[in-house]
Design a protein around this ligand. Sequence first.
Ligand code: NAD
Length: 336
Amino acid sequence: MQVVVFSAKPYDRQFLDAANEAAGSPHRLRYLEARLTPETAALAQGAEAVCAFVNDQANAAVLEDLAQRGIRLLALRSAGFNNVDLAAAQRLGITVARVPAYSPESVAEHTVAMMLALNRRIHRAYNRVREGNFALDGLLGFDMHGRTAGIVGTGRIGLAVARILSGFGCRLLAYDPYPSEEGRALGLDFVTVEALLARSDIVTLHCPLTPATHHLIDAAAIARMRPGAMLINTSRGAIVDTRAAIAGLKSGAIGLLGLDVYEEEGDLFFEDLSSHMLQDDVFARLLTFPNVLITAHQAFFTTEALTAIGETTIGNITAFAETGRALHAVSIEKLA
Ligand code: NAD
């Protein structure tokens, strides 16, 4: 198939080309640095499929434009699909495919890396030691062993986090509308989201972004948390109300905050903006807190994950080309 790959970075090209070559080079991949937006959708002209990532916009207007240009497949290089208007895709006859499980461990391990870095103030210690400041004041952490971690969303990534944290000797609480036997076997205690927030020293978010989880962590939820608790979000930015989180940091309700995702990350993440003036005042405020650690949506960024993303994406495109059905199609029912 003729495929236009939006938001393509050198690493996307490397892993997609490798997967395409391994499959006998059945597809012609055209790489574009541009993000998919209403303004750039026209660049898909001449292709049959579009390959997109987390900050590409596949809203109704974009999908209508793509459909008119003959695009029949939207192959996401991500697990999440909150950036796609699935109803519009269905109406327009565009199949949406994704990569459902490309290495839950990549995200889970980054999540725990953020927990440990924040807890033991590694981000501050690194700078101090480089400047010859060997004082320990302000670096006091806590033992993970015996602490209570609350996992919101116990799918593939949430369970991988649970496996790691149980190795630390954490007590594990969980909230998921669909509690699993696998979770229970790992020692997860499934409780309400309110109880999880009230009892956890660490709250970590691994549910998808849906209308039900948008701003799940808002001012009221933060007020329910244990004062000074740690909050980690490596799922999707809009699950946390950023302004409420800033208020929580100022009051001390949130003691430590780790973010790999941010509500308005589409204008920032994946780009080198170091020579530009930061325009986002909310993000700028977040950066002023010493107890906030932000990474730019890199939790997935391991060799294993990128290899799997490349292989599954090419597999989705090949299956669609051969049978009219992708291997991992996203149906609108998944939103229910
Ligand atoms: P998954 O589908 O395996 O698991 C999601 C779990 O969330 C399911 O068990 C589901 O029942 C649960 N859930 C649904 N609605 C919920 C709600 N209202 N409250 C609590 N739980 C709810 O997905 P996964 O592979 O574990 O990925 C989880 C999320 O992680 C993805 O949706 C994506 O947004 C995010 N993600 C982030 C990165 C990154 O690089 N930062 C990479 C991959 C995925």
